[in-house]
Design a protein around this ligand. Structure first.
Ligand code: KIV
Ligand code: NA
Length: 269
């Protein structure tokens, strides 16, 4: 069993070969996502909504993240030929200081995460430097950061004004310089997705960030058409017309790798 490494994903970016990322929260889906050929499995704090039935990610705890990361890691042990990297979200209020963040991130690494994801811009630079210096790779989540929607005024597109777009691009560069090994951009215009991806050496994962990012991620339950209520523009139902979960996951991976997803109707042009 070969572990997909950060170096391998850096190389994919350099070669212009896009890769797919999906969330998973349990062993069964983790093994299906691995079999479908994803490069990274994200144990997202979106589990607050899709698993726990909460209204936001705010109530998700470190204990929740550890439990689900351990479940996902166990699901991968036996099954995968190319074992995806496991990225685990640092939950709300777990990143107040570099030392506290490192201690909590280490717990996720010890149950099987290969890296952690931290929401926030320039303010996270010292934390990201501290973690990477201590052997914990970090993905920096920029643009729409769901843990701060109470500050942002809801779930809305970010980086629309020239000033905001420039700030996101500046933050991305700063956090890469601080040691971030991946970036994730959520809900920004295509031009911001392209500028950040072109300007970064590390892979940029997009969700609602246009067609130019190095990777695309969707929440598993969204791309299987299971999520109730209003859907975000970038969501596409891959189970519709297929009726088979494994086939739906494979179709997503193929469409990301070929560039067929995201289509213009999934983007903020
Ligand atoms: O928690 C999550 O699933 C995420 C993705 C939406 C990027 O952070
Ligand atoms: Na998240």
């Amino acid at each position: 069993m070969a572990q997909i490494t950060l170096t391998a994903l850096d190389r994919r970016k350099a070669e212009g070969r896009r890769f797919a990322v999906l969330t998973a929260y349990d062993a069964t889906f983790a093994s299906l996502v691995a079999d479908a050929g994803a490069g990274v499995i994200l144990v997202g704090d979106s589990l607050g909504m899709v698993i726990q039935g909460r209204a936001s990610t705010t109530p998700v705890t470190m204990a929740d993240m550890i439990y689900h990361t351990a479940c996902v890691a166990r699901g991968l042990d036996a099954s995968a030929a190319d074992r995806p990297l496991i990225m685990a979200d640092m939950p709300f209020a777990s990143t107040f200081s570099p030392l506290e963040t490192a201690r909590e991130a280490a717990r996720l690494m010890q149950v099987g995460a290969n890296m952690v994801k931290i929401e926030g811009g320039a303010a996270m630079a010292d934390t990201i430097r501290f973690l990477t210096q201590h052997g914990i790779p970090v993905c920096a989540h920029l643009g729409l950061t769901p843990q701060t929607t109470d500050m942002l005024g809801g779930y809305r597109i970010q980086g629309k004004s020239e000033e905001d777009a420039a700030r996101i691009a500046r933050d991305a560069r700063l956090l890469e310089d601080a040691g971030a090994r991946m970036l994730l951009l959520e809900c920004v215009p295509n031009a911001v997705g392209k500028a950040v991806s072109d300007g970064a050496k590390v892979p940029v994962i997009g969700i609602g960030a246009g067609p130019s990012t190095d990777a695309q991620v969707l929440v598993l339950h969204d791309m299987l058409g299971l999520t109730r209520g209003r859907k975000a523009r970038f969501v596409k139902d891959y189970l519709a017309g297929r009726g088979d979960v494994a086939a739906a996951l494979k179709a997503f991976v193929e469409e990301v790798e070929s560039g067929a997803y995201p289509a213009p109707e999934h983007c903020y042009g």
